[in-house]
Write a protein that binds this ligand. Structure first.
Ligand SMILES: [Zn+2]
Length: 496
């Protein structure tokens, strides 16, 4: 988790519901023809705004203003050449302002939300080699927004409603018992489901075609981007686990690579030789954090450590840990005992408890002052009825280094006694980090170097930090491990 994400309460149960209006017919920003959408343009703007806030809380922004400004500049340059900015485009589209963001995630991904929000992760930026590739990725995402693909998809799938719920995702992908958490929280479709939404092949093809064209018009050598699509294929081959969502709707990256190549040839004939922007791009991403950032939390040898916030606590044997920007979730092997560590809302533990009760509407059966690890605290216990039966919940708020945090633990009422010792072990072991080597942990960072000799790429890779191997580095550089590099060639290596 990240210090900046202080707004997050333990679990926010307040949901924003977007009721599907039915079928809206409005002119397309790409073609001007009337098309059917699930949401009005106005609704899309609202969905974008609130989902954006949610996403920042969940994922965290990458703290590098210069980099984010650079991504915005490239995005704006491409946007200026898009159908959204043509004089005969309906005014509602022409007025749309875009927000480009760099998210603090090692996953290789780019995505868009309705209403003009485009995101790239730092993991994606590490994999791009030049500005032209970035332009094509941004152009692709701009097209999803302009073509209103999410809104079209909503209509197709007849979503009854989309609930964008703070804390909605706690159970997903980690508990192994997703319904339990889902039902406990009363979820609709979360912002994450929206992000991992598959627009469909036609929509993806449309985004590739327009994205490449906009980028070429903006002066970029779009042929460069085919290499990147090739590396996306290599990432998913290397590890199915890390299949980027961005690519998951494209079953055949090879097909896509050749499509982009074909388009690029056309563009070259139409617009001439264009900008690659390698030196500038590499200069901007020099120093970028690679892989997981241990300063934002790391599980090691039975403990969870957070060097930036200087605390640690036990992780009982067999429990899994999921560390996100706004919270740390611990789940036992059966997925039935859950502990969520997060920031509390308010200046004191009691304030935070009150705010939690108000927003979650739980009825406390016990609430009183307490201490946690020698810190002043306030504890509330409640029973929440769910469609899976009653759930016993304990929320311990406490002050640590002038901030309020909380441990929220829950299990079904029939099993709570079995889980209590583990719950107490976790929150009871909370303390400042004891070992200085852990307090001083640093993330691996990308270091751009100029090859000083000709030789195999492999020969430039020595002492890779834990979690990064030669294959990863080769993919990041869009070359093969055994491939020869030229003297003077720019390489993306690692500094630690
Ligand atoms: Zn796409």
């Amino acid at each position: 988790m990240n210090l900046e994400k202080k707004l997050l309460t333990g679990i926010g149960l307040a949901a924003v519901m977007w009721v599907l209006t039915g079928c809206v017919t409005e002119p397309s920003a790409l073609t001007g023809e009337k098309k059917s959408y699930g949401y009005t343009w106005q609704q899309e703007l609202e969905i974008g705004k609130s989902s954006d806030r949610e996403l920042i809380r969940e994922m965290g922004l990458y703290p590098d203003d210069a980099l984010s400004k650079y991504v915005t500049e490239v995005g704006e340059r491409v946007l200026a050449q898009s159908n959204l900015r043509e004089p005969d485009t309906p005014e509602i589209y022409r007025d749309l302002e875009f927000t480009f963001r760099v998210m603090d995630s090692p996953v290789v991904n780019a995505f868009a939300l309705p209403g003009g929000f485009v995101y790239v992760t730092r993991g994606l930026l590490a994999h791009l080699n030049n500005e032209a590739q970035l332009a094509v990725v941004l152009g692709h995402e701009i097209t999803h927004v302009a073509a209103r693909h999410a809104s079209q998809q909503a209509l197709k799938q007849q979503w009854g409603q989309i609930g964008l719920v703070a804390g909605a995702v706690i159970g997903q992908g980690i508990t192994g018992n997703e319904n339990f958490a889902d039902q406990f929280l009363g979820l609709g479709v979360s912002v994450f489901q929206m992000l991992t939404l598959k627009y469909g092949r036609d929509a993806e093809r449309e985004s590739d075609i327009y994205g490449v064209e906009y980028s070429a018009k903006a002066g970029y050598a779009v042929g460069e981007s085919a290499e990147f699509f090739n590396s996306l294929g290599r990432i998913s081959e290397k590890s199915g686990q890390r299949l980027p969502t961005w690519q998951s709707s494209h079953p055949d990256p090879g097909e896509r690579e050749s499509r982009i190549n074909r388009l690029a040839m056309e563009m070259k004939q139409k617009y001439g030789d264009l900008k690659v922007g390698e030196a500038e791009y590499l200069n901007r991403i020099d120093g970028l954090v690679l892989g997981e950032n241990p300063r934002q939390g790391v599980a090691l040898r039975g403990k969870f450590y957070h060097p930036d916030l200087d605390f640690q606590f036990d992780v009982p044997e067999g429990w899994r840990v999921k560390n996100e920007a706004g919270r740390v979730t611990l789940v036992d092997s059966l997925g039935r005992g859950i502990v969520i560590f997060s920031s509390g809302e308010g200046n004191t533990p009691e304030d935070a408890a009150r705010s939690f009760v108000a927003s979650s509407q739980v009825q406390p059966i016990r609430s009183e002052s307490s201490t946690l690890g020698g810190n002043p605290g306030y504890v509330i216990e409640s029973v929440v009825s769910t469609s899976n039966g009653p759930v016993a919940m304990r929320n311990e708020f406490f002050t640590y280094k002038n901030s309020v945090f909380s441990f929220l633990s829950y299990a079904s009422s029939t099993e709570i006694d079995a889980y209590r010792p583990a719950f107490e072990q976790i929150s009871g072991s909370f303390e400042p980090i004891q070992e200085s080597s852990i307090r001083n942990l640093q993330p691996a960072r990308l270091k751009v170097v100029t090859a000083d000799r000709e030789g195999a790429f492999e020969s430039y890779l020595s002492d890779l930090p834990y979690g990064l191997d030669k294959a990863d580095m080769a993919i990041i550089n869009q070359i093969a491990v055994e491939e020869n590099v030229r003297r003077g060639q720019k390489l993306k290596l690692v500094s630690q």
